[in-house]
Design a protein around this ligand. Structure first.
Ligand code: ADP
Ligand code: ADP
Ligand code: MG
Length: 643
């Protein structure tokens, strides 16, 4: 099977110098195709990325600024300066960052450069969910029953009552799952609206909201479209993206399984009708909700006017290179294919590999990649290599693992095998979650709704994994000459029973003490890094990273999502304080939210571990905080009463 898209033609349009206004996996993906077509590429980078793979792979590179996004990858001014100074002919925005930013697209065009994306008009029209809804209606595409005709709180509330609860309140300018709240009853409405408005204002500088019927069992199905400047718009089939966490996709497949033929056809027709109605001239995605309780009915959700993270699954089943199509149509070439030329074959699945801890509320993780083993036979689109720093500045998505097979069952099996053999050392990732998901009956059956991860809790088998990790450590250090554990009195291998207990700290901060008699021989893949004292094991597909700690350190403070009742709530990872919800003197119960931290583009609410009274608040919104930094301290209630 060919896992890489095939170029439609190996002769490039006029060779260009293309600046890629992005980083990581995204920039590498664009560079790959642009180079294959014979174009020069310009990588831009912020300081933490100076040694990143995308910089090394481009024809030339340009420093755009410090780590802060606003002063680097999101700075239109800096990007335009980079384009001017490197004599670029064209700009590819990648996905994320400024890819759906109409002023950026316009600025690029105004400078006389080629913009490898849809027109600024199309971006603007679809960037507002309110306007997009209107366009969809006009194109005859069904929209979710909802209301956005007025922005007064009272009108939105009246509309919610008419639509019937539960309703979803969504930021019109939203993206990446931000600014979305459910209101299950009239009582919840005001608070949910307030929160959504606040998040919309903070993230998108726009507090306009849509109130929609909340579909209880939604499936997220989307259609890839592509258009050119000669009036052709076609679709490249469907993708299922229902496995999500916090409204963000984790796992995508093409084509969408278990859809009635009629729905499948109507979805594709609707997507093309909408794209056609706005004269769409690039790659784009029309997202829909299919009601699992009634799979004949589907509704328009939004249109993303860019290439999407999950585009590889479409590339694998169509054999087309979507970046090539983008570049060619941006250069004014006709698509050169009609709807009837599109053949879909096989089934492809993508797993988004994020540096995050699924067993701890998807908390983002940072670290240095100490080890990387990617199994052969799958497509690996990544932004990392051994030595890469995963920092808090950027998106937690570090790679994508994509497989193709003749049918869905085959693809599921291939992905499972690949995940079992994939080893990423030094940073906790969600590969274990993916492997575990592949065994869930709903996923096996292809009957997933976007609620899946709300409904099931992620099991934690870290104690068993610690035993396996200890064995791996003993085996490895027993063999390797020069390791601190090497016992010269034996022939390179010391039976486990002679070992002292080993202390292993897992990613939540919990310390596991493993007795040499209780440890299990490792069955799956493992990696031991003696220098950095890290052990990575894959246990039944879940990957765990442990730090081997000296005996004297095994009392290390607990790092979790909240502190003890009498002491403090500390930052479990580095980030920026986005909200402080308590003030000195406030009485709290266990589980009360106290501080919200933003890290890697997600909001994380830190809660109290038990009852107490807030003593000192040591953080304010906007503060950058480091791991273990004390944010709020508490005194116990008795102590307060006595004083
Ligand atoms: P999708 O997942 O449907 O492709 P998203 O809206 O989640 O679309 O965004 C696409 C990519 O861009 C993802 O990697 C996402 O994390 C990233 N992204 C989204 N919003 C931003 C932003 N404001 N800044 C930087 N990256 C972003
Ligand atoms: P974003 O711009 O963040 O991608 P979307 O409008 O695409 O926002 O919605 C993101 C996700 O939220 C969807 O994939 C789906 O899981 C959920 N969602 C959106 N609208 C609804 C709805 N009316 N009912 C149920 N779930 C919804
Ligand atoms: Mg969306």
């Amino acid at each position: 099977m060919n896992l890489n898209p095939v170029l439609v033609s190996s002769t490039a349009c006029e060779p260009m110098r293309i600046l890629i206004a992005n980083r990581g996996e995204i920039a590498r993906r664009v560079i790959r195709t642009a180079s294959a077509l014979g174009h020069d590429t310009v990588a831009v980078y912020a300081d933490p990325d100076a040694w990143a793979p995308h910089v090394a792979e481009a024809t030339c590179s340009y420093r755009i600024g410090p780590a802060q996004l606003a002063e680097s990858y999101l700075s239109i001014e800096r990007l335009l300066a980079a384009a001017a100074e490197t004599a670029a002919d064209a700009v590819h925005p990648g996905y994320g960052f400024l890819s759906e930013n109409a002023p950026f697209a316009q600025a690029v065009l105004d400078t006389g450069l080629i913009w490898i994306g849809p027109s600024p008009q199309a971006i603007t029209a679809m960037g507002s969910k309110i306007e997009a809804r209107q366009l969809a209606k006009s194109a005859g595409v069904p929209v979710i029953p909802g209301f956005a005709e007025s922005q007064s709180d009272d009108d939105l509330r009246t509309a919610a009552v008419e639509i019937g609860f539960p309703v979803l309140i969504k930021a019109s300018a939203g993206g990446g799952g931000k600014g979305i709240r459910i209101a299950r009853s009239d009582d919840e409405f005001s608070q949910a609206l307030g929160e959504a408005r606040q998040e919309g204002e903070r993230s998108f500088a726009n507090a306009d909201m849509i109130v929609e019927r909340y579909i209880e069992r939604p499936r997220h199905v989307e259609v890839q479209v592509v258009g050119d400047t000669h009036g052709t718009v076609i679709d490249l089939g469907t993708r299922e993206c229902s496995v999500q966490r916090r409204y963000q996709k984790l796992f995508e497949e093409a084509p969408a399984p278990n859809l009635p033929d009629t729905t499948h056809r109507s979805l594709r027709k609707s997507a093309v009708a909408l794209a056609d109605s706005i004269g769409y001239e690039s790659t784009g995605t029309v997202e829909f909700i299919v009601d699992d309780d009634d799979p004949e009915s589907f509704f328009f959700l939004e249109m993303n006017t860019r290439l999407q993270v999950e585009h590889p699954v479409t590339e694998l089943v169509t054999g087309l290179d979507l970046v090539e199509l983008q570049i060619r149509v941006a250069a004014g070439e006709p698509l050169g294919m009609a709807q009837d030329d599109i053949r879909l074959s096989g089934h492809a699945i993508e797993a988004r590999i994020n540096a995050e801890n699924a067993a701890d509320g998807f908390a983002p993780q940072i670290g240095t990649v100490t080890h990387l083993e990617v199994p052969p036979g799958c497509r690996w689109d990544s932004g990392i290599e051994v030595g890469s720093e995963i920092s808090l500045h950027y998106d937690p998505m570090i790679a994508k693992l994509i497989v193709l097979s003749d049918d869905r069952a085959g693809a599921m099996q291939e992905l499972a095998d690949a995940l079992d053999r994939l080893l990423i050392g030094g940073v906790v990732t969600n590969t274990g979650l993916h492997r575990w998901l592949l065994d869930r009956p709903e996923v096996v059956a292809g009957r997933v709704t976007t609620r899946l991860l709300d409904e099931i809790s992620v099991s934690d088998n870290s104690s068993a994994a610690a035993e396996v990790a200890a064995s791996a450590w003993w085996i490895d250090t027993g063999r390797s000459i020069g390791s601190p554990w090497h016992d010269l009195g034996t022939s390179g291998f010391t039976p486990h029973r002679h070992r002292r207990p080993l202390f292993l700290r897992d990613f939540t901060g919990e310390v596991h003490e493993v007795d040499s008699t209780s440890s299990n021989e490792p069955q799956g893949a493992f990696h031991v890094d003696v220098v950095n004292r890290r052990v990575v094991v894959n246990l039944s597909g879940q990957s765990h990273t442990f730090l081997v700690i000296p005996r004297s350190e095994h009392w290390a403070p607990h790092v979790g999502t909240g502190g003890g009742p009498a002491n403090a709530v500390v930052a479990p990872f580095p980030g920026v304080v986005s909200d402080v919800l308590v003030e000195s003197g406030r009485a709290v119960l266990g589980g009360d939210p106290v501080v919200v931290i933003e890290a890697m583009k997600m909001l994380h609410t830190l809660v109290t571990a038990g009852p107490g009274v807030v003593d000192e608040v040591r953080a304010s919104p906007g503060d950058t905080v480091m791991t273990d930094q004390v944010l709020v301290t508490f005194v116990q209630e008795e102590a307060v009463e006595r004083s």
